[in-house]
Design a binder for this molecule. Structure first.
Ligand code: UDP
Length: 238
């Protein structure tokens, strides 16, 4: 049997990924499909942590653009990620995957607080850990959370789930002739202004030598393919 290439990974799920065709909120069918994909890799002994976004419910910048206090709007965004985390936790548990949610903002009635060593211990026991509430700080993103948590738990890679099968030189959903990158450096990604992740997240990944693989989540089995080293999507490193 072929062994997984990566044995400890952070999966970054944007809020949009959970909305599916609804475009807003949470589509339970989509969340169940993601849970099945996660189960496939955990069954192979891969230690997996998930960072969930919240853009399907609320984004801080959108609120502040309409005159809200930015920090308040960002805290609302972080709370949105907690709802997504609970939905994913529920689906994973339903599929028989032991799961713990840890929040960066304490709300002990519904989840554990974020404790790095405890998160690692959970993963060593085969539990999926879901990191909710971002970094706990306004003005950051869940992409940055993924980079931060990956560095803390010494993950080998961040799996960045998208609706397209990699990074293109322009939006492939708008430009049919868009060219896909097989590999890319973080500097190139920033210089070209490719909207894969924000600059804070990119520099954290670069400084800590954490590669990012951008791939299409909607194809069932893709999480497993990436974890087993199949060359799909775009590899960002260096
Ligand atoms: N957020 C924040 N600090 C963090 C992470 C997230 O303030 O460390 C807020 C921010 O308002 C953001 C929202 O939570 O817009 C949802 O996260 P994000 O936009 O990264 O979600 P995604 O785009 O992945 O769905």
């Amino acid at each position: 049997m072929v062994a997984p290439k990566y044995w400890r990974v952070v999966l970054k799920l944007s809020g949009e990924a959970l909305a599916g065709s609804f475009g807003y909120g949470i589509d339970p069918d989509v969340v169940n499909a993601i849970a099945r994909q996660i189960k496939e890799v955990v069954e192979h002994g891969v230690q997996l942590a998930v960072v969930v976004g919240g853009g399907n419910i609320w984004r801080g910048v959108a609120g502040s653009a309409k005159g809200m206090d930015r920090a308040t709007a960002d805290y609302m965004g972080m709370l949105a990620t907690v709802m997504n985390a609970l939905a994913l936790q529920d689906a994973l548990q339903t599929h028989g995957v032991d799961t713990r949610t840890q929040t960066a903002i304490e709300m002990k009635e519904i989840a554990e607080p974020y404790i790095m060593r405890r998160a690692i211990r959970h993963m060593e026991k085969g539990r999926v850990v879901i990191f909710a509430a971002g970094t706990g700080n306004p003005y950051f993103s869940t992409d940055t959370t993924a980079a931060l948590r990956a560095a803390e738990i010494e993950a080998q890679v961040i799996l960045m789930a998208k609706r397209v099968d990699g990074v293109y030189d322009c939006d492939p959903l708008i430009h049919p002739g868009a060219i896909k990158f097989e590999e890319l450096s973080f500097i190139e990604m920033i210089n070209r202004g490719l909207g894969v992740m924000d600059a804070t997240a990119a520099s954290l990944c670069m400084d800590n030598k954490i590669p990012v693989i951008v791939f299409d989540l909607n194809q069932h089995g893709n999480i497993k393919k990436v974890v087993f080293g199949e060359k799909i999507g775009t590899y960002i490193g260096g």
